[in-house]
Design a protein around this ligand. Sequence first.
Ligand code: FAD
Ligand code: MLT
Ligand code: ZN
Length: 480
Amino acid sequence: FSSEKYAVKRKNFGILKSADVEYFKSVLSEDRVLTDESDVLPFNIDWIKNCRGQSKIVLKPKTTDEVSQILSYCNKNRLAVCPQGGNTGLVGGSVPVFDEIVINLVHMNKIISLDDISGALVCEAGCILENLDNYVRDHNLIMPLDLGAKGSCHIGGNISTNAGGLRLLRYGNLHGSVLGIEAVKADGTVVDCLRTLKKDNTGYHLKHLFIGSEGTLGVVTKVAIHCPALPKAVSLGFFGVENFENLLKLYKSAKSSLGEILSAFEMADNKSISLTVENCKLSNPIGDYPFYVLIETHGSDETHDSEKLNRFLSQEMESGLILDGTVTSEPAKIKNIWHIRESIAGAGLINGYVFKYDVSLPLRNYYDLVLTLRTRVGDRARVYGYGHVGDGNIHINVSASKYSKELYAILEPFIYEEVAKVGGSISAEHGVGFRKPQFIHYSKDKTALQLMRDLKQSMDPNGILNPYKVLPDVPDIEKD
Ligand code: FAD
Ligand code: MLT
Ligand code: ZN
């Protein structure tokens, strides 16, 4: 039980015994306790195939009470656990590192209530994001977040990673949309903060502790979330741009010309799109350009909104900021263009291995790091950048035929050093997980890290919840 690749040692947790398995079978029905190696394997491997755990057991609770009984038992017996939703996380947080017990919430998928006046949806944490979106659309609402993994990620996983996604620019992040949370602490206590109020200043805002804490402070079991009104009109523009400087000018212009209807401003460089189109066998609706911009509008008047976007296109083609482009309000065409953008995430995997970076940078420095890395990496791998310009969040992928220690050493910690130099964040929206705890200090001050440790100690004194993730071990030098 040592992970040489990551130089991490197993902590002193209990080892699963047959009596433990029997206990879990008595709490859950037998079919919701997986112990066959082949059944457990997919829950040990993450989406991007960067991390592989060695768990021997997967538990699939159906109720909060079952989660509570499991955790209370694990806490008493010092058995470590790894909470898991749709296992689409990109930083190795969703899979065990050693033999942690996987608690997968797939069976906690009930919708509890929807208030179509306030837009408050209450549901269990294992609901799949796309299913929720389809459900609320029938009530003229949408989910406040959207991401490429919507078909498999769970709302509980979204909340635990504080997922951003494609329309954060318009609807804000989950700290704003989440109204309430029910979560189970490491000792099995159920914390009930499941309110649906917009305003509630009665003391500490505890729900925020669970948003973005990646399963290290509790297992989220129920969620109340605010759903915005379904936009009556959606339009989308896909544009080719000459250089990054023009792309930034276009962003400024989009904010002032499209104003209140702007719901997404996404970018991808030429390498991102060409690799995606080629590997995923898609077709690019416009020609070959150095940069691509995807703009979406959500509004209430189709004629007005598409006219606005078309006017923006002609105005900026005239100014030279847009070289060519297309604007559409047809749902099928909109879907196809989003599909290209959403496929970038997995496209590089087809070549073998992807080193993924998800960073926040000041917009002026947003693309510099891609260029610096290309020079540094040379012909060892393909380096490409894409992301959520509106949120100052770029994804830099380095795609190679296989993992190599040499390439890894070229990339890390260099990337994080560069991000820290300009005051960026080493994790914009994917989290810290297993891949980044040793680099968290580039973005978090010592005092903030200590407060995180204090919270962890208070909520999970035995450290059974998602160990080896998020928080770095205290360096020996700081131990006394
Ligand atoms: P998992 O991957 O299962 O888990 C993620 C983390 O949350 C783990 O640490 C896990 O322990 C914890 N966790 C999960 N469920 C619970 C729970 N109920 N209680 C406590 N802890 C829990 N992210 C973005 O922010 N924006 C994007 O645009 C985006 N696009 C993506 C596109 C693709 C194709 C993919 C594969 C991923 C993308 N992601 C994106 C990553 C993102 O973090 C996840 O997709 C999603 O939020 C994770 O949800 P999940 O249910 O799969 O959680
Ligand atoms: C995205 O914006 O596509 C996601 O965050 C996934 C990724 O970074 O590849
Ligand atoms: Zn993203």
